[in-house]
Design a protein around this ligand. Structure first.
Ligand code: HEM
Ligand SMILES: *[C@@H]1O[C@H](CO)[C@@H](O)[C@H](O)[C@H]1NC(C)=O
Ligand SMILES: *[C@@H]1O[C@H](CO)[C@@H](O)[C@H](O)[C@H]1NC(C)=O
Ligand SMILES: *[C@@H]1O[C@H](CO)[C@@H](O)[C@H](O)[C@H]1NC(C)=O
Ligand SMILES: *[C@@H]1O[C@H](CO)[C@@H](O)[C@H](O)[C@H]1NC(C)=O
Length: 397
């Protein structure tokens, strides 16, 4: 069974290094000459713990060519372009170490991404294309994991059944993000949700797609920001238009960085210099992003979908979906929105890779621990029959 293979890789490649904490990725050398001149006066130019990602030499940017695969994830595309994962875009589970080391992807998210990616994007659970199918038949790749992993209402990609394709960035959406005051990813998420309702008759926002499309918005904030100048007053690092353009494969000839955009698919690039977040990004870090989206528009965190026509959105009945654990009213109370989001991930891991869940239960990053801390009600499962009435769920190309 696929899951058991994934499992042994997870425990083999993740448990030891995570338990002891990753070593600093780049030895602490004197980087002051390369730091942008944005540090407040009086601060040492190189605080301990800063983690420069060295993208020169062995990890210089090399764009894809020939049969190299690139797909819907700008994080993985960038890692492949810098040779942190195989340049051909076909990963094995052990390559996941680099995703954590370079971008700070928490082990909880690694476990979930592994479970979904290698289960649905791969034929043998050992080789996963980060883009489309490969010539040697390794499986559909992440491009073709619609509703099992790849989701509608993504930050910059079109929905699966409408628009261009679901894996390239679309300039209009990226442009909209760049032009939001403060690069406000929260309102971007709500607007992308609104946009799918208004344009996609098959918009399906079931539990898994809603959690994925929401979280990848949070990932932009959490893992693309630069932490070279991180101070107690900017614990979230600094995200700029230039950083976003680089990570999403855009360039601009104008200094305002938003008027004359040029996009080259697959050319996602880690900025130089760029310092990753000091600690790994886990569900506990994502919780505040989830809360902010919930405050902006809770519908973006609740399951539902269009009923075959645009602007025909119908929410799922939370009481029927959760066997009464939540109702449409109680899910909005206390920590329940964030509880629901991470419970969906817990259930995914339980279903797809029992051992991944077991591994996490024993680590300090356990979602189960957070559930207790946040006083979440116990959710043992979801009534998946609720999904059937949505045409975008059942539709198979
Ligand atoms: C093993 C690790 C990972 C896997 C398997 C993975 C997979 C995916 C998949 C399938 C999507 C498409 C989801 C959708 O349709 O919205 C996606 C999107 C995305 N991923 Fe990843 N991902 C991984 C790690 C990361 C990391 C570390 C980052 C950090 C920057 C990241 C950032 C994003 C972003 C920002 C998007 C949304 C792209 C857009 O629509 O603009 N991912 N990823
Ligand atoms: C780092 O380099 C700068 C500029 O070359 C120098 O002034 C400083 O003393 C160096 N710091 C350390 C810790 O070596
Ligand atoms: C980056 O790595 C290259 C070798 O790949 C090395 O020559 C260079 O000194 C490193 N740069 C920094 C800033 O550590
Ligand atoms: C999203 O749609 C709702 C309902 O139509 C509206 O109230 C809200 O202002 C919209 N938000 C954004 C960011 O577009
Ligand atoms: C949701 O389902 C519950 C239980 O079947 C029912 O009492 C409630 O009226 C339903 N809510 C809506 C909005 O249909």
């Amino acid at each position: 069974m696929k899951s058991s293979i994934i499992l042994s890789f997870l425990s083999f490649s993740l448990s030891l290094p995570l338990a002891s904490g990753f070593p600093s990725f780049v030895p602490n050398s004197n980087q002051s000459a390369r730091l942008p001149a944005i540090l407040p006066d009086g601060l040492p130019t190189l605080l301990p713990g800063r983690r420069l990602i060295n993208v020169t030499g062995a990890h210089a940017f090399i764009p894809p060519s020939g049969d190299d695969q690139r797909g819907p994830c700008p994080g993985l595309n960038a890692l492949a372009n810098h040779g942190f994962i195989p340049h051909n875009g076909v990963m094995t589970p052990s390559d996941l170490m680099a995703v954590t080391k370079v971008l700070g992807f928490g082990s909880d998210f690694v476990a979930i991404a592994t479970a979904l990616g290698f289960e649905y994007g791969s034929a043998d659970a050992m080789h996963m294309s980060i883009g489309g199918p490969t010539l040697d038949g390794l499986g559909p790749g992440l491009d073709f994991t619609h509703n099992t992993f790849e989701a509608d209402s993504s930050p910059t990609r079109d929905d699966y059944y409408v628009g261009n394709n679901n894996y390239d960035a679309q300039e209009a959406y990226f442009h909209a993000l760049l032009n939001r005051p403060g690069l406000d990813i929260i309102s971007h998420r709500v607007e992308r949700f609104n946009h799918s309702i208004a344009t996609n008759p098959w918009f399906y926002h079931g539990p898994i797609p809603l959690v994925i499309s929401t979280l990848v918005h949070c990932f932009i904030l959490g893992m693309m920001a630069d932490f070279s100048a991180s101070t107690p007053s900017s614990p979230d690092g600094i995200l700029t238009k230039d950083i976003l353009m680089s990570f999403f494969g855009f360039t601009s000839t104008s200094s305002s960085a938003s008027d004359t955009l040029h996009y080259t698919p697959g050319h996602e690039r880690i900025p130089d210099p760029w310092y990753r977040r000091p600690t790994d990004y886990t569900h506990a870090n994502a919780a505040s992003c989830i809360d902010a989206i919930g405050r902006a528009d809770p519908r973006a965190l609740l399951p539902g979908g269009n009923m075959g026509a645009v602007n025909g959105y119908e929410p799922m009945n939370m009481s029927e979906l959760t066997g009464g654990v939540y109702t449409d009213e109680t899910v909005l109370q206390g920590n329940n929105l964030r509880c629901f989001v991470f419970q969906v991930l817990q259930l995914v891991m339980r279903a797809q890779a029992a051992g991944a869940a077991a591994f996490l239960a024993g680590s300090s990053l356990s979602i189960a621990d957070s559930m207790e801390e946040w006083m979440c009600p116990k959710l043992e499962g979801l009534n998946e029959r609720m999904y059937e009435r949505y045409p975008g769920y059942k539709k198979r190309d």
